[in-house]
Write a protein that binds this ligand. Structure first.
Ligand code: BG6
Length: 481
């Protein structure tokens, strides 16, 4: 990577799962691809006491050799790990961060260095950490070089008001252009392709509106339990964990107008416009569920409330489906379903765009009952884009049936699909905020869900039970367009 300054990457919360399973492996992959600057160093910061060697050992366990196959991998790992350092300290301790500063200066060799801080910690301590970093003098002002940037992981608040408070307080240390709010779904390959698919192909845009589209579904399923994260999950629930962020981000890319230019500001503007066009949801628009024990994939799964970190009487939804609308000329009247659930029958994220029937039936006497066209964009697993079209079945007479035009990434591309974190971390280094959540987007996304979330709390709404492994709670069927 062309980069004259040195670069220090500070991972706060370095002993946690996110750091070990996602961030360090992504940094290693970038290193193997030659995407890190010549002079880089990585600093882990967390409360647990390790020395540098123990820290490196912990990181190493999750590094993979995807980009450095064969014998070179061990050597690449050794070089990479030699650039990784660790400092233990309390998250609100300016002194500990001053010690980190000394270590960073030592390793930076006295030269100028850009710095980015990845806060891989619970949001409840974002502010403490940011203030300590600021007090320790570790943030250079403005966005000029050498720059300082901060990377944050959702959830950004609990609702609109708490999110605004957090954003305002964080802005005392890092101004908006220095702030990179990650939604890792935006780093996924198929999601990054959405704008290309829509705007670099002539065939979609003319029919991408209420005249031709009957409905849109954005479906997200996991066949996993909350797996040791019950304590965190129970405070947030599926709406805050997945719908308010991942699904609305996907929706904004599916529904946006073409941006004036392909840059962060133009893209954010169009995404905000879509979100602002979605009327806030009410209880009538949603179905909430919570999984109970069930059989799936040959084993028995416990109920959500059996998780020892979840209260027995928890009303936190592990499933939510919402029927929403977009009040603009392109989408008025088109039902949009978003659905997210844990403890369901598969792990899958899909966007389904169903088109209307052709206006005139030229083949009334044909056999078969073909369905209208549907475009299915499979985000994961097995990334693909499929368009269901109506065909004449080969043979005598006129029989019609649907078949797929089928683009499967694995067959169509020999390139590797990078992990979302690899793309996003590289963008932070390049200063490209196109795939990050801007403050207005965050506000607009909270505005859609905040009244509903307050209503759920005020009315103590009890979610519908569904057995682990179900396709969806039965009550949700009524929402599916
Ligand atoms: C996270 C959610 O943002 O995304 C988790 O907090 C969820 O609950 C995860 O499991 C899913 O990410 P992926 O990339 O595995 O689909």
């Amino acid at each position: 990577m062309q980069h004259e300054e040195g670069m220090s990457i500070v991972v706060v919360g370095a002993s946690g799962d996110l750091a070990r399973k996602k961030i360090f492996p992504a940094l290693f992959s970038l290193y193997c691809q030659g995407c890190l600057p010549e002079r880089f160093q990585i600093f882990g910061f967390a409360r647990s006491r390790f020395d540098h060697a123990e820290f490196r050992q912990r990181i190493m366990e999750h590094l993979t050799c995807r980009y450095a196959p064969g014998e070179s991998c061990a050597a690449r790992m050794e070089e990479f790990l030699a650039r990784c350092f660790y400092m233990a300290g309390g998250y609100d301790s300016t002194d500990a961060l001053l010690d980190l500063f000394v270590l960073m200066r030592e390793q930076e060799g006295g030269g100028r260095a850009d710095r980015f801080y990845y806060l891989a910690i619970p949001p409840s301590i974002f502010l403490d950490v940011a203030r300590s970093i600021g007090n320790a003098g570790l943030v250079s002002c403005g966005v000029e070089r050498p720059w300082s940037r901060v990377v944050l992981e959702k959830p950004f608040g609990h609702d609109r008001a708490s999110s605004d408070m957090l954003a305002e307080a964080m802005a005392d240390v890092f101004v908006e252009p220095q702030t990179y709010r990650i939604d890792h779904y935006l780093g996924k390959e198929v999601i990054q392709n959405l704008m290309v698919l829509r705007f670099a192909n002539l065939v979609f845009e003319p029919v991408w509106n209420r005249r031709y589209i009957r409905n849109v579904k954005i479906l997200w399923k996991e066949n996993l339990s909350t797996e040791g994260r019950g304590g965190y999950f129970d405070q947030y629930g599926i709406i805050r964990d997945v719908c308010q962020n991942h699904l609305l981000q996907i929706l904004s890319l599916v529904a946006m107008e073409p941006p004036g230019r392909f840059n962060a500001a133009s893209i954010a503007l169009e995404k905000v416009n879509v979100l602002r066009g979605v009327p806030p949801l009410t209880l009538d628009d949603v179905v909430l569920g919570q999984y109970v024990a069930g059989e799936h994939a040959g084993r028995r799964w416990a109920a959500y409330t059996d998780d020892p970190t979840v209260p027995d009487d928890s009303r936190t939804p592990t499933y939510a489906a919402a029927r929403l609308a977009i009040d603009n000329d392109r989408w008025r009247g088109v039902p949009i379903l978003i659905e997210a659930g844990k403890g369901l029958d598969a792990r899958m994220t899909e966007i389904r765009v169903q088109f209307r029937d052709v206006p005139q039936d030229l083949f009334p006497d044909a056999n078969g009952s073909p369905a209208a066209n549907e475009l299915v964009i499979r985000v994961q697993p097995d990334e693909s884009i499929q368009l269901s079209i109506v065909n004449k079945v080969p043979g005598m007479g006129m029989k019609m049936a649907n078949r797929n035009l089928d683009l499967r990434y694995k067959a169509a591309f020999s390139e590797q699909i990078p992990d979302a974190y690899e793309s996003l971390l590289l963008d932070v280094m390049r200063g490209d905020r196109s795939l990050f959540i801007h403050r207005e987007e965050l506000q607009a996304a909270w505005d859609i869900f905040t009244p509903l979330l307050h209503e759920i709390d005020a009315r103590r709404v009890v979610p519908q039970s569904y057995p682990f492994g179900a396709s969806r709670p039965t009550a949700a069927e009524k929402l599916v367009p």
